[in-house]
Design a protein around this ligand. Structure first.
Ligand code: PXP
Length: 252
C-alpha cells in the first residue's frame, strides 16, 4: 500500500511574535502566510491565544479573507484555539475549514502538553459539536495516550493532532522509541476512523521519523520554519521542509 501524501501546514504565529515585540505593523503574518502558500504550503495555521501574545483577532479575519477566492479556500485555514466561548464565537464568525482544540495556560511559553479530552469530555464534545455545525473539521491536540483516543472518539471529533513535543525534546534511542509510540498510536487512531495529524517542535533534523509514519497525513510546523526563514526566506524554507517530509515518506 502506498502512503497517502503528507501535507504541510505552516504556522505563522511567530511572525506576529516579532511584530508584537515592538508594537509595529511589521512583519505581517498574513504576508508570510501568502508567501508560504506561494511556496507550496498545504495549509496555514494560527493560534489565537487568550493573551494575544502573537496573533491578533484582526490577523485571523484578514487571513481568512486572503486565503479565499470566489468563496473557495485556496488552502485551508486551521484555527488553533482553547475551548472558550469567545473563541468558539470567533470561529463561528470566521468559519475556518479546520480548527484544532488545544489546552492553554497563560504562563506557558508554548502549548506544553496535549488536551485532556478524557478529563473534560462534556466540554470538549460541546465545542466539537459547535464546530461540526459550521462544517469545520476539528482536530484535538492530544498526547499519544489510549484514554485520550477513546475520549476523542466519544467527543465526536473527526481528527487528532498528535503532540510531538516530547519526541522533539528527546534524542537518540529515546526519540526513536517515542516515534514508534507515536506510530503505533497513529495506527490505532486510523483504525478507529480518525484522520491523524502531528506537530510541535519539528525541524529539519527530527521531522523524518514522523513524516515516515504513513498514517500521518499532515504536519503543522511553526517556530522552526519562521526561525529558519530569517536565513533562507520563508519560501525556500517551506520548500525545503516539504522536500524533507516527502523524502522521509517515500523512503518509509
Ligand atoms: N500544533 C499545535 C497544536 C501547536 O499548538 C503548535 C504550536 O503552536 C504547533 C503545532 C507548532 O509547533 P511549533 O511552533 O513548535 O512548530
Amino acid at each position: 500500500m502506498s502512503a497517502a501524501p503528507i501535507r504541510l501546514g505552516v504556522n505563522v504565529d511567530h511572525v506576529a511574535t516579532i511584530r508584537q515585540a515592538r508594537g509595529t505593523d511589521y512583519p505581517d503574518p498574513v504576508l508570510a502566510a501568502m508567501r508560504a502558500v506561494e511556496a507550496g504550503a498545504d495549509g496555514v495555521t494560527v493560534h489565537l491565544r487568550e493573551d494575544r501574545r502573537h496573533i491578533q483577532e484582526r490577523d485571523v479575519r484578514v487571513l481568512a479573507e486572503r486565503l479565499q477566492a470566489g468563496g473557495q479556500w485556496r488552502v485551508p485555514l486551521n484555527l488553533e484555539m482553547a475551548i472558550t466561548d469567545s473563541m468558539l464565537a470567533l470561529a463561528e464568525a470566521v468559519r475556518p475549514p479546520r480548527c484544532c482544540l488545544v489546552p492553554e495556560k497563560r504562563e506557558e511559553l508554548t502549548t506544553e502538553g496535549g488536551l485532556d479530552v478524557a478529563g473534560q469530555l462534556p466540554r470538549v464534545a460541546a465545542a466539537v459539536a459547535r464546530l461540526n455545525a459550521i462544517g469545520a473539521r476539528t482536530s484535538l491536540f492530544i498526547d499519544p495516550e489510549p484514554a485520550q483516543l477513546a475520549a476523542t472518539l466519544e467527543a465526536g471529533a473527526p481528527a487528532i493532532e498528535i503532540h510531538t513535543g516530547h519526541y522533539a525534546n528527546a534524542s537518540g534511542a529515546e526519540a526513536a522509541a517515542l516515534a514508534e509510540q507515536i506510530a503505533e498510536f497513529a495506527r490505532q487512531a486510523v483504525a478507529e476512523g480518525l484522520e491523524v495529524h502531528a506537530g510541535h517542535g519539528l525541524h529539519f533534523d527530527n521531522v523524518g521519523l514522523i513524516a515516515a509514519i504513513p498514517e500521518i497525513v499532515e504536519l503543522n510546523i511553526g517556530h522552526f520554519l519562521i526561525a529558519q526563514a530569517i536565513f533562507d526566506g520563508i519560501g525556500p524554507t517551506v520548500q525545503a521542509m516539504h522536500t524533507a517530509m516527502r523524502g522521509a515518506r517515500s523512503n518509509a
